[in-house]
Ligand binder design. Structure first.
Ligand code: NAD
Length: 479
């Protein structure tokens, strides 16, 4: 059994309370490692170590910090295969996906913010006999809490800008996917990151996560996870006047007009629906199709979905791996049942899969497509976060917008049309923080990332996140 440890003050630490959590492999259901079930004492140790490290790290020039972060990125490139394999074993996603998406993107996160910080300028406002200049100073100790769906990808997406801006970090990966964060700590040690600058504490949300959120010396919280958790975190952190960035759930529409590039749209709609088993906050799970194209699109879509291979994440050719946990698999299955109770018809999928061989006890579900539901039912309103999508039709732009915006979420929408004016009209009226036109998950890290409505507060990415991780001070000088 592999015991993963906390990384505090540059050293490996067992949990203070001596308690551990089991960590199973989703594809087999077998427990392959254990992680510390950390609590307040471990978070306190991490805070003490971060306090010692803060003057050293924040006192370095941006070039020095950047150089160390680029060493980390190089260490990740050297450990590429190990990281990709660990991610798939821990999360259940196909190894091919870890290799083309998760690990390259995690490396890119570190490289991007290591270099972006060099170009982060502050503003100056001149007047008669007066000059104002604005300083963006590190906050101090910040908390980064990340989810299980894109483990290292989202872990580094927070940590990289937090470190680049000179903060010391207390980070907690999801207890369901702790593995690559631990490998990342090893890489940081070798790359020359000073002790205590980054502290990784494992454990449950209720214990370790809550202790981070409630700690008075951790003055900013960057959280990615579910909307309900985000609301709870806000209720603790907001009265303490902590800076808060919340990246929460989604129920994203893929809006398909009859004038779309048909083949490309079908291919990308399948990708947007089922990549990572549908466990991406940006997945298009409500597919809205213009009436005149509905049947043609539905048939072509189903044909492609039926070609997706569900099975062992480590087998070449697997498109859909295991769901992250048994509890999550059961939750997704309960939504498939609910959809039928609500009057939906399953066009394909809908069942648990038990692959032959080593994965027979793993947590797999067929890619599932449902039609015949209205927009207000629970299936179309609640985030399922699995390989389940619904199809609905609309008659014109106005109705497409009503359906698309008719949810409490506002994370990402994708629109498929060849009509330039329509594309812009839709983008303008969609109540989502991210709108993709004729593409999906095409990311430029300089752009703002985040959701409206119940999908979150604040934006990550680009200079937005560097502002989040700094305190802004204006200095006014009369001369
Ligand atoms: P979750 O909210 O259960 O957990 C996320 C993280 O928060 C985990 O590390 C967990 O241990 C921790 N946590 C849980 N309760 C906590 C508490 N009371 N205090 C402090 N920390 C706590 O979410 P999840 O199930 O891991 O992830 C799935 C959700 O994440 C989905 O809703 C998905 O849409 C969302 N998500 C959003 C984005 C985005 O960028 N908007 C990206 C990925 C995932």
């Amino acid at each position: 059994m592999n015991n993963l440890l906390n990384y505090i003050a540059g050293t490996w630490q067992e949990p203070s309370n001596g308690l551990w959590l089991d960590n199973p492999e989703p594809a087999t259901g077998e427990i392959f490692s254990r992680i510390p079930d950390s609590g307040e004492q471990d978070i306190q140790m991490a805070v003490e170590s971060a306090k010692k490290a803060f003057p050293i790290w924040s006192g370095m020039s941006v070039e020095e910090r950047s150089r160390i972060m680029l060493n980390i990125a190089q260490g990740m490139k050297d450990a590429f295969d190990a990281l990709a394999e660990a991610e798939s074993k821990d999360q259940g996603k196909p190894l091919s996906l870890s290799r083309v998406m998760d690990i390259p993107r995690a490396i890119q996160n570190i490289e991007f913010f290591a270099t972006e910080i060099i170009h982060f300028a502050s503003e100056s406002h001149g007047g008669k006999g007066v000059v104002n200049y604005t300083v963006h100073a590190p906050i101090g100790i910040v908390g980064c809490i990340s989810p299980w769906n894109l483990p290292l990808y989202l872990f580094t997406w927070k940590i990289a800008p937090a470190l680049a801006t000179g903060n010391c970090v207390i980070a907690k990966p999801s207890e369901l996917t702790p593995f690559t964060a631990t490998l990342f700590a090893e890489i940081c040690m070798k790359a020359g990151l000073p002790d205590g600058v980054l502290n990784i504490v494992h454990g449950s949300g209720l214990q370790a996560g809550s202790a981070i959120v409630a700690h008075p010396e951790i003055t900013a919280i960057s959280f990615t996870g579910g909307t309900v958790t985000g609301r709870h975190i806000a209720s603790i952190a907001a009265p303490m006047f902590k800076k808060l960035s919340l990246e929460l759930g989604g129920k994203n529409p893929s809006i398909i007009f009859a004038d779309c590039d048909f083949e490309e749209t079908v291919t990308q709609a399948v990708r947007s629906a089922f990549t990572n088993q549908g466990e991406i906050c940006l997945c298009g799970s409500r597919i809205l199709i213009e009436e005149s194209l509905y049947e043609k699109f539905r048939d072509a879509f189903i044909e492609k979905v039926q070609q997706l291979k569900v099975g062992d994440p480590f087998e070449a050719g697997t498109n859909i791996g295991a769901l992250v946990s048994k509890a999550h698999m059961e939750k997704v299955m309960s939504y498939i049942e609910l959809a039928q109770e609500e009057g939906g018809t399953i066009l394909c999928g809908g069942k648990i899969v038990s692959p032959e061989g080593r994965c027979k006890n793993g947590w797999f579900i067929e890619p599932t497509v449902i039609e015949g539901l209205n927009n207000s039912c629970r299936t179309n309103q609640e985030e399922i976060f699995g390989p389940v999508v619904t199809l609905q039709s609309f008659s014109n732009e106005e109705e497409a917008l009503l359906l698309a915006n008719g949810t409490r979420y506002g994370l990402a929408a994708n629109v498929w049309t060849q009509h330039l004016g329509r594309a812009h009209r839709m983008a303008n009226a969609l109540e989502f923080g991210i709108v993709w036109v004729n593409c999906w998950l095409l990311r430029d890290l300089r752009t703002p990332f985040g959701g409206m409505k119940d999908s979150g507060v604040g934006r990550e990415g680009g200079f937005e996140v560097l502002r989040f991780f700094t305190e802004t001070k204006n200095v006014c000088v009369k001369f």
